[in-house]
Structures are given as structure tokens and as C-alpha cells.
Design a protein around this ligand. Structure first.
Ligand code: SAM
Length: 296
């Protein structure tokens, strides 16, 4: 009965025409027109009839409809006011969906979760994200310590690859570590451009981020850890010694940096892309304790 769903080329065209809706590139509006892809997103998200789902950017409701069918409750945040009357019509028969007119980057998600879902409910975030703000959205979701199981999102393939990358690969960098500190990241599927209307210029993938119960490494100070880790990638082709020397200038000299690295068994001539999360934690912690002691 796929022809009854919102996510078909014919229904999408019909709605767009009837409402004289003009896609806004600046809002990353590429709507899904393929139910099979949506079923894959749903399957990988692990939602059940007991789940609460937060969707970011429902568009005309293609994914929202499938979420409404598979979950208990759906709360979707849409920034574009022009889509609200459309969603009223397309999702009319689903009484378990609430549309919130808000910018996800500004919304108070803790409050929205409290007002839309049962206490202790199994909550998932599922979305075909607006690509122009993929990273800020995901970093906000991870930093806010939300009571969620996982995040399953359609994003630009290249960004998904970077987020899920392992050491010693071209895509590995500070974004991989920032994401994997909070989650277990898996690229679950690559998606052709043909499933979108209009088609985006870039390739897409479905990325699943499973929230970790606790951080995979112990770090003395998260802010310090992340800034030292980022510094190690400041100039990718350079050794960590050169990158850290530039970062700690003028407080720490090269010799001291080599000595601190050797205390945690790390060769100063290595490059950031070869270091694991555990090694970055060891580097962050040894420099942190040295800098703290130095202040005393
Ligand atoms: N979920 C729909 C689908 O798959 O067909 C639409 C996905 S489209 C890639 C991204 C959606 O996010 C658009 O509806 C756009 O208006 C919305 N959007 C863009 N920026 C947003 C923001 N800051 N907050 C909430 N929604 C936003």
C-alpha cells in the first residue's frame, strides 16, 4: 500500500503544487520520496510501539508518518512556518504526533521531552537532517545529556564517514573523537540521491549513534582534553610534537613536551590520526596535571 504514504514522488509533487511550496535550499529542504529508505531508517533506529521519538525537520511529514506508525508518540520540531498547514493536512489521521514550531538549535529539549513523553520512556531521535547544520545539531544533542537511547539520522555521506571513522584512516579526526566520546557510531547504509526531492548535490548515508552509558575513557577535564586533542589535528601533516608546541607556546618548551609524552609512552613524532581515544586521554591527563601543578 506504498501509494498511500506521503513518501512517494506523486504525493509529494501534488502537495508541493497545491500549496505552491518553494523549497528553501538555505533550510536544507530535501524531502524523502522512498518508503523503503524510511523503513531502513526505522529498522536501524530500533524504535518500538512503546517508544517516544523526537524528529528534527519533518518537512511535509514523509518520515514523521512512518514514525507515527511504528512508535507510541512523535514530537517533531520544524523551523519553517510554511510547512505547518501542510503537516496539519498530511498527518491529519495520526493522533500521536505533535509538531513544535521551533529552531532545534534554540529549543529546550529537556523541557520538550518532559512535556511530550512518559517518565522513563524509551526515547529515540530520528531525522533526515538539514545538512547545512548537521554538526551543530548533533553536538547540541550530545552535549545536553538527554535521556535518549540513540540518534539515527540521514546526513551527508562524507560527514557520516568522518563521525564514525577509526584511527589511521583518511576520515579520522577531531570530529570522530568528539562524536565517539559520547556514542558508538555506525554508518548503517549509503543512500542514493534519487530518494530525495529535490536531489541534493552530495551523497548521503544513514548514521546511527548509540549513546554510551559512560565515557569510554577517564579524562580529568573534558574541556582541556578536547582542546588538546583538537590541537593535535591543527595541522594534519605535522607531528603531535609540532602541533602541541604551537598550542602550548610559550608555556611549554619542546623538550618538556617530549618528556611528558614519553611518560605516557607516546612517541612525539606520531601524527594525530594514529592516536586512539585512550592515547588522547592519556595525553590530555598528563598535560593537564602538569599545567595544574605548574600553577601552584
Ligand atoms: N523529514 C523530511 C523528509 O525526510 O522528507 C524533511 C527533511 S529536510 C532534509 C530538513 C527539514 O529540516 C526541513 O523541513 C527544514 O525546514 C527543517 N529545518 C531546517 N533547519 C531547521 C532547524 N534549525 N530547526 C528545525 N528544523 C529545521
Amino acid at each position: 500500500m506504498n501509494h498511500n504514504f506521503i513518501a512517494t514522488p506523486s504525493y509529494t509533487k501534488q502537495i508541493i503544487k497545491r500549496y505552491a511550496f518553494a523549497f528553501k535550499k538555505s533550510l536544507g529542504q530535501n524531502f524523502l520520496i522512498d518508503v523503503n529508505i524510511l523503513e531502513n531508517i526505522i529498522r536501524h533506529s530500533g524504535i518500538t510501539k512503546d517508544s517516544g521519538v523526537i524528529e528534527i525537520g519533518p518537512g511535509i511529514g514523509a518520515l514523521t508518518e512512518q514514525l507515527a506508525i511504528h512508535a507510541e508518540r512523535v514530537m517533531a520540531l520544524e523551523i519553517d512556518q510554511r510547512l505547518l498547514p501542510i503537516l496539519d493536512e498530511t498527518l491529519n489521521e495520526y493522533n500521536n504526533v505533535s509538531i513544535v514550531h521551533d529552531d532545534v538549535l534554540k529549543a529546550n529539549l529537556h523541557e520538550l521531552i518532559q512535556s511530550h513523553f512518559r517518565p522513563g520512556q524509551d526515547i529515540h531521535i530520528v531525522a533526515n537532517l538539514p545538512y547545512y547544520i548537521t554538526t551543530p545539531i548533533l553536538m547540541k544533542l550530545l552535549h545536553e545529556n538527554l535521556p535518549i537511547e540513540n540518534i539515527t539520522v540521514m546526513i551527508q555521506k562524507e560527514v557520516a564517514d568522518r563521525m564514525a571513522a577509526k584511527p589511521n584512516t583518511k576520515s579520522y579526526g577531531s570530529l570522530s573523537l568528539a562524536i565517539q566520546y559520547y556514542t558508538i557510531a555506525d554508518v548503517v547504509m549509503q543512500v542514493p540521491k534519487t530518494v530525495f526531492m529535490p536531489q541534493p548535490n552530495v551523497e548521503s548515508s544513514i548514521l546511527r549513534l548509540t549513546m554510551r552509558e559512560k565515557a569510554p575513557v577517564h579524562v580529568e577535564d573534558e574541556e582541556f582534553f578536547f582542546s588538546v586533542m583538537k590541537a593535535c589535528f591543527a595541522q594534519r601533516r605535522k607531528t603531535i610534537l609540532n602541533n602541541l608546541t604551537a598550542f602550548f607556546k610559550p608555556t611549554l618548551q619542546k623538550g618538556k613536551i617530549v618528556q611528558l609524552l614519553s611518560e605516557v609512552d607516546i612517541d612525539a613524532t606520531r601524527r594525530g590520526e594514529s592516536l586512539t581515544m585512550q592515547e588522547f586521554a592519556a595525553i590530555g591527563n598528563i598535560f593537564y596535571s602538569y599545567v595544574q601543578d605548574d600553577k601552584k
